[in-house]
Design a protein around this ligand. Structure first.
Ligand SMILES: CC(C)(COP(=O)(O)OP(=O)(O)OC[C@H]1O[C@@H](n2cnc3c(N)ncnc32)[C@H](O)[C@@H]1OP(=O)(O)O)[C@@H](O)C(=O)NCCC(=O)NCCS
Length: 440
């Protein structure tokens, strides 16, 4: 059954072949009107839902998507093979678009199966809350269903509403009958010529029905309408074709909790006592002049980031407005610290965002608070010292970072451990040689 070409007659796995007897019994408690399968499953206690999900995961015979290049070489990408992206074994030596601009961009939205409609989310209340629920119940989780992102409303506003954001690029799918949100994809501007695609999510009960290709085609069409032909995106799976790949590293701060929830990617070769000793941090920071960023630092930070990123092949180019949006501290969303020299010039900057995760089915713990490194640029302070101070300043359970740019210089020194999870970077409709670790 396919989302794009067949009717979805079994939304939520409802079997239409129930015996009449069973139907009658079910009808006994059924309120007026057609029964909503989502409401039915949602009415089960969270624990029961998790058990069903775990069982489905354990017994799932469905194809899983490639996590390595070797697996990817054997996979048939029915959708991605139709898209302007490099093939896995292409050896690219030049830079440029894969598909030239078409003069006519399709005017009508891509068609959805009967019973579903497109929705544009402006992220005012209550759509923001609806999106938050969709993501918090269906977005990425560990393969064993133990930990799942738990975004706040403020985090989503920050992530989805940078300067020049457009509601029409917050592209969602709703069920006609009950208006339930079941699919989402967003594009946000990163440059005049390009968007970043993020928060691709399909409701768990509509997975493997090819909704993803329709979401990707539709958001592409909406970007094309405004003359934008290129996109950047990341994924944990291997698609055709990663431009660059990196690993997640983690540094536990609440060692006991991280061990108890079995947080993925932490060192496994220590008992609690040794691990706590190993991860112990000084009480106070040591960098002189370290302070939270304020609005008046925007210009100084912009220039620090520009100088630092010019060392790298693949880098974000931020305007002053974007520096303000992405870095200016917002409670429980984004923190940025700067180091100010005696003469008032900014010499270093470090910035990280906060996202909690929900711990599922644990007898004691319900959440994990994590900080993720966003940008760091230093011209005076040792990178490891600056990062250690940053870790001290943030009251979270775990600190995470990717080994992009210069990050490898400090990760091991300040006791981050490498996980087996990778993040792959992709460009849409742009061919160029691969870039290792994003460095020149
Ligand atoms: C990712 C997700 C939307 C895929 O949905 P699905 O129901 O498994 O897949 P569908 O049947 O709709 O579509 C399958 C196609 O989408 C592609 N696809 C799957 N995940 C993708 C991703 N993260 N990015 C781009 N394409 C993806 C597949 O490769 C496949 O295309 P192919 O035939 O060319 O291989 C869904 O698993 C989900 O919501 N997961 C949780 C959130 C998440 O992980 N989001 C991605 C963040 S990077």
């Amino acid at each position: 059954m396919s989302f794009s070409d067949k009717k979805l007659t079994e939304v939520g796995g409802e079997s239409l072949k129930k015996s009449k007897k069973k139907q009658k019994k079910d009808d006994a408690w059924r309120p007026e009107g057609p029964r909503d399968p989502f409401a039915m499953l949602d009415s089960l206690p969270e624990k029961k839902q998790q058990e069903i999900q775990r069982a489905l995961h354990l017994f799932s015979l469905g194809p899983s998507l490639p996590k390595t290049l070797q697996q990817a070489m054997k996979h048939t990408y029915r959708f991605w093979e139709t898209q302007p992206v490099p093939r896995l074994n292409d050896n690219i030596t030049s830079h440029g678009p894969i598909k030239e601009d078409e003069i006519n961009v399709r005017k009508e939205p891509y068609s959805l199966p009967k019973g579903f409609s497109w929705a544009t989310l402006d992220l005012s209340s209550p759509t923001l809350e609806e999106l938050c629920n969709l993501l918090n119940e269906n977005y990425m989780e560990e393969d064993d269903n133990t930990i799942r992102f738990n975004f706040s409303l403020e985090y989503l506003q920050w992530a989805l509403q940078p300067p020049n954001w457009l509601a029409q690029w917050h592209c969602a799918v709703r069920v006609d009958t009950n208006k339930k949100l079941v699919g989402f994809i967003a594009a946000v501007p990163v440059d005049k010529r390009m968007v970043q695609v993020k928060f691709l999510c399909v409701h768990k009960k509509l997975r493997l029905k090819r909704m993803t290709p329709v979401l990707i085609r539709e958001v592409t069409r909406r970007a094309n309408q405004l003359g934008i032909r290129q996109a950047v995106y990341t994924a944990g799976i291997v698609l055709p074709t990663p431009l660059s790949s990196c690993r997640y590293w983690h540094r536990p701060l609440n060692t006991r909790k991280m061990m108890e929830v079995n947080y993925p990617g932490l060192r496994k070769n220590m008992n609690l006592h040794r691990a706590r000793k190993f991860n112990h941090l000084p009480e106070a920071t040591k960098t002189k002049g370290l302070r939270p960023m304020t609005k008046k630092d925007v210009v100084g930070i912009h220039s620090l980031l520009q100088t630092n990123s010019s060392k790298f092949h693949l880098r974000p180019i931020l305007s002053l407005q974007e520096v303000e949006h992405w870095l200016l501290p917002r409670e429980n969303v984004i923190d940025t610290y700067v180091v100010e020299g005696d003469d008032g010039t900014l010499t270093d900057v470090v910035s990280f965002y906060s996202v909690s995760s929900k711990v599922l089915n644990h007898p004691v713990h319900t959440d994990v608070k994590a900080a993720h490194l966003l940008y760091v640029a230093s011209s005076a302070t040792d990178l490891a010292d600056l990062m250690e101070d940053t870790v001290i300043l943030k009251d979270v359970d775990v600190f995470s970072a990717l080994d992009v740019m210069d990050n490898k210089n400090f990760l091991e020194k300040i006791k981050f451990s490498v996980s087996d999870r990778s993040l792959h970077y992709y460009l849409y409709n742009w061919a160029c040689p691969k870039m290792k670790f994003l460095t020149k």
